[in-house]
Design a binder for this molecule. Structure first.
Ligand SMILES: NC(=O)c1ccc[n+]([C@@H]2O[C@H](COP(=O)([O-])OP(=O)(O)OC[C@H]3O[C@@H](n4cnc5c(N)ncnc54)[C@H](OP(=O)(O)O)[C@@H]3O)[C@@H](O)[C@H]2O)c1
Length: 163
């Protein structure tokens, strides 16, 4: 499976249960990669979306410890193992871990590719972070785009793959 995130230089990804960045170019990239696929997220990330609604045109799997949690258009599950069971018959490239921090940490070892938008921003205001992709864990940078720009913010689309 894959994970996808937009991160600052300090690996910051969010603050106050919102994204650190609102970059139309990155939103488009996220949509292109995940539309028609299965996305796995934490309950807090789901609730950070407009109206707390599931992402359209994707199968939304949401992790929570709450027994009675329900949302329209969402498959709720209660553990990493239950989520993996739900996606076991789906081609691995069609499953996307989309955050947030707790869920990236939980599934990083299950991912073989990480699509990371690296923003040229210190991220000092962040309160949630993406895990480190260590070479010692087999992660290698395999693709890095030209510099992109939205307003005053510059960033690159990077792909890391596990050896
Ligand atoms: N930059 C990016 O690409 C990106 C992407 C996504 C999100 N974000 C940001 O990340 C932040 C949210 O991240 P977060 O770490 O606070 O929350 P999160 O990972 O979205 O959700 C955490 C919740 O997931 C559930 N959970 C976690 N581990 C579980 C397990 N083992 N079994 C069952 N349920 C489990 C719990 O839900 P319950 O409390 O209901 O039990 C937990 O409170 C926000 O600021 C968001 O905007 C950034």
């Amino acid at each position: 499976m894959n994970c996808i995130a937009v991160i600052a230089k300090n690996r910051g990804i969010g603050r106050g249960n919102q994204l650190l960045f609102s970059l139309p170019g990155d939103m488009k990239y996220f949509k292109e990669h995940t539309t028609g696929k299965t996305v796995i997220m934490g309950r807090k990330t789901l609730e950070s979306f407009p109206g707390g609604k599931a992402l359209p045109n994707r199968r939304n799997i949401v992790l929570t410890m709450k027994d009675d949690y329900q949302k329209d258009d969402v498959t709720v599950c209660h553990s990493r193992e239950e989520a993996l069971e739900l996606v076991k018959d789906i081609p691995t490239d069609d499953v996307w871990i989309i955050g947030g921090s707790q869920i990236y940490y939980l599934f990083l070892n299950d991912c073989d590719k990480a699509y990371i938008t690296e923003v040229n921003d210190s991220g000092e205001r962040a309160d949630q972070f993406f895990p480190e992709l260590r070479m010692s864990d087999g992660w290698l940078l395999t693709s890095r785009s030209e510099e992109q720009r939205d307003g005053n913010t510059t960033y690159r689309f990077c792909v890391y793959e596990k050896e």
